[in-house]
Design a protein around this ligand. Structure first.
Ligand code: GRG
Length: 303
């Protein structure tokens, strides 16, 4: 298949997976008969219409790459998207990044007020684990998936990375350690969840330890490539596509990859990481082809 034909078939596939994820999320999110109507509305506002749904797609394709069934991976896919949605709601709050715009419209706290946005985030996080506990096909998978996601989202992962990120400004003074520091912050803040996506997919497929290691290596490289691309989009992105303010991080003097390494080196590193991600999948054979194609999507994304 040629390059454009490959991209067209990948984007069709991604669209089918996104629709399946959205249907499951819609089914599992509360309505106003289950909880206060403002809370249900704020939770749904944070989740729909949604962004790229990259993380749940990684869970589903990770499972497929190891020969697993999509329905076994769907609780993990939805749980990860709910954790991601909560993190965006809380990240946008005045006490954190103080953003007014997300996914092309007012942030959750701008629409529902700060208190409801905080509580909606709390409820999304809690719902993620309820879905894993109730809907994984067996109790062993439920327990291992809960542990995997909690470790990635918690103090040693995303929340810890966010705390480190809040103090990154001062790291500008630590000469010579900036790149190392930045890598360490992002491996927690965004990287841990990317790795967990692949690992949740592997768990749902009862992957062998070797297959799990392959998925983990892919997740590590793709997560970093994603973050560097995010920093590049903060410089060159088109707001009508990214749905958020461009120049936000660089304007605030935040430590970023383009700021530290320059644009060309960032692009070179993203390409190298995506290549590395694909080479990690060799042992998984043709079933991992969609994941290989997705690496190209991460590298060239404009949103
Ligand atoms: C508040 C506990 C807590 C954590 C926040 C992930 C995070 C930590 C903050 C998000 C801020 C941010 C812009 C991070 C950079 C990478 C990232 C997560 C971008 C947003 O993810 P996309 O592009 O979003 O996948 P969509 O909208 O497509 O789902």
């Amino acid at each position: 298949m040629s390059g454009p034909a490959l991209l067209a078939s990948l984007s069709e596939r991604l669209q089918t997976l996104r629709v399946a994820v959205d249907e499951a999320l819609d089914h599992w999110l509360p309505t106003d008969t289950d909880c206060p109507s403002t809370l249900a509305a704020a939770m749904r506002y944070a989740v729909f219409p949604g962004g790229k749904r990259l993380r749940p797609v990684l869970v589903l394709l990770g499972c497929e790459a190891c020969g697993g069934r999509q329905d076994a991976a769907m609780p993990g896919a939805c749980a990860v998207e709910l954790v991601h949605s909560y993190s965006l709601v809380h990240d946008d709050l005045p006490a954190m990044d103080d953003d007014d715009c997300r996914r092309g419209r007012p942030t959750c706290h701008k629409t529902f007020g700060e208190a409801v946005a905080i509580l909606a985030g709390d409820a999304l996080l809690t719902l993620a684990f309820e879905i894993l506990a109730r809907h994984c096909p067996d109790p062993e998978l439920a327990a291992s998936s809960c542990a995997e996601l909690a470790a990635a989202a918690g103090a040693g992962g995303m929340v810890g990375g966010q705390v480190d990120d809040l103090s990154l400004g001062t790291a500008l003074n630590v000469k010579g350690h900036d790149l190392e520091k930045l890598r360490s912050v992002h491996s927690r803040k965004t990287g841990a969840i990317f790795r967990a996506c692949l690992r949740l997919g592997g768990l749902a497929a009862a992957a062998t330890p070797d297959a799990m290691a392959a998925l983990d290596g892919y997740g590590r490289s793709i997560g970093l490539a994603f973050q560097i691309t995010d920093d590049l989009l903060d410089v060159f992105g088109d707001e009508s596509k990214t749905g958020k303010r461009v120049g936000k991080d660089s304007g605030r003097g935040k430590l970023t990859y383009p700021g530290l390494m320059g644009i060309d080196e960032c692009r070179r590193l993203v390409a190298e990481l995506c290549q590395d991600a694909c080479s990690q999948l060799e042992s998984l054979g043709p079933r991992a082809e969609p994941l290989r194609q997705l690496a190209g999507f991460v590298m060239e994304r404009d949103r």
